[in-house]
Ligand binder design. Structure first.
Ligand code: SF4
Ligand code: SF4
Ligand code: SF4
Length: 397
């Protein structure tokens, strides 16, 4: 009997997938079960692109192809919710399962609240996340810190706070992530500040935290967050796709301790990164005026942001009268407009900062401002039934 808010050890009964996937291949096997039993039409996940630094989205509709999405890509920095919206726009009745990091799961709930995604048509299979690495910087890091040709690396993994690489000849090298982050390398800055490492807004979440002893590397630790999550796991176990064990009390406690230490680390980074202030939302925004002045108005952050999606962007509509059609108004009005539209829903996913050609620390700014909204007892995506604070999408007729 699989129950909500309970934690289980799961592994695949399929030897081939166990080899391909991480921690027993249970997530990949769950997706295979959903496809083979026609519970979903497709699975949206990521697969390796040109190399291990390149994660690209993949829509898999044939269960035999699911192995393409097995394993983790820690340089996979995209927010797949942006792509999910496009599929649902085109095919509203599609039933999909998606693999989602916590920031993606939060984004999906925010988009669901705004009617952009029908959450009834989506099974969200979460993955625990301790952070992602910027691809280009990580290639440089491998060459300068490990003295290894980045193209000779066949696999990377994070385990026990270490970044580990495996080379073509099978040899491994590792370094503490803390040590990397004392210098210029390490996780993306938004990830360092991220306090949500287990996606509680998903149906279930997979990870290796809390898997120890003879189970390490063989099983995933899986937490159930919804009735639907409990139901699909139970069916996959009953049908023989997944093997289940109950973890020990110590393992569950250990998982909790790892999560708490990640949250505490994130809070330290927030104190380190944020401009000091005790002020309200607008005053916090004002702290970053000098940064906004660097903006060249390329629209990149708006286009990349998964929660900034108005069909007709005010900035291009020619109204109100202070907007000259097609031209972004001078600083800080462009960013003020963005502030109004996503202040409550920013999920600190970092897409805006990743694309900004002027290196404006956008995710940091929006994260700091969004935490001010959280002080108003409103957290983005923590409750899919929660009302939207500022509903700009339902304008009066
Ligand atoms: S923002 Fe959080 S959930 Fe998203 S990739 Fe970074 S650490 Fe993971
Ligand atoms: S503003 Fe930036 S960090 Fe926030 S949701 Fe949009 S892209 Fe992600
Ligand atoms: S991506 Fe950077 S430069 Fe481009 S509009 Fe956004 S803030 Fe301005």
């Amino acid at each position: 009997m699989i129950q909500i808010n309970q934690i289980y050890y799961l592994k695949s009964s399929d030897g081939e997938i166990s080899e391909l996937g991480e921690c027993g291949g249970s997530l990949t096997t769950l997706m295979k079960f959903l496809l083979e039993n026609k519970i979903v039409d497709g699975v949206l996940a990521v697969e390796k692109g040109n190399d291990i630094y390149d994660a690209v989205p993949a829509l898999i509709c044939d269960a035999d192809e699911i192995g393409r999405t097995a394993g983790s890509l820690h340089c996979g920095t995209l927010n797949i919710a942006k792509i999910l919206v496009k599929y649902f726009d085109e095919f509203p009745d599609l039933k999909l399962a998606i693999t989602a990091k916590p920031c993606e799961a939060k984004t999906i709930i925010e988009l669901g609240k705004r009617g952009k995604i029908d959450l009834n048509n989506l099974i969200m299979v979460g993955v625990n996340c301790g952070g992602t690495f910027p691809p280009v910087t990580t290639r440089n890091m491998i060459e300068t810190v490990f003295h290894v040709n980045a193209d000779d690396v066949t696999n990377e993994e994070i385990d026990g706070g270490k970044f580990i690489i495996k080379r073509i000849d099978g040899s491994k090298k590792e370094i503490n992530i803390d040590q990397l982050e004392e210098g210029t390398y390490g996780r993306r800055y938004n990830c360092r500040r991220c306090e949500m490492n287990i996606p509680t807004s998903a149906d279930v979440s997979f990870g290796n935290w809390g898997v120890s002893g003879s189970y390490a590397g063989e099983y995933s630790c899986v937490e159930v967050f919804s009735e639907r999550g409990a139901e699909i796991l139970a069916k996959a176990i009953e049908s023989g796709y997944l093997l289940v064990k109950k973890p020990s009390k110590e393992s569950v406690e250990n998982r909790g301790r790892i999560n708490t230490s990640m949250v505490n680390l994130a809070k330290k980074w927030q104190i380190h990164d944020f401009e000091e202030n005790e002020n309200d939302i607008l005053s916090t925004f004002t702290l970053y005026q000098e940064e906004f002045k660097k903006c060249i108005k390329c629209f990149g952050c708006r286009d990349a942001c998964p929660v900034c999606y108005c069909q007709d962007c005010t900035l291009e509509s020619g109204t109100p009268e202070w907007v000259d059609k097609g031209r972004i108004p001078p600083s800080p009005l462009f960013h003020l407009e963005r502030l109004i539209h996503m202040v409550e829903s920013c999920t600190n996913c970092g897409q805006c900062e990743d694309v900004c050609p002027m290196d404006i620390p956008l995710a940091k700014i929006w994260h700091q401002i969004n935490l001010k909204v959280t002080e108003l007892k409103y957290s983005p995506a923590m409750d899919s039934q929660e009302l939207i604070l500022f509903d700009f999408f339902k304008r009066p007729e």
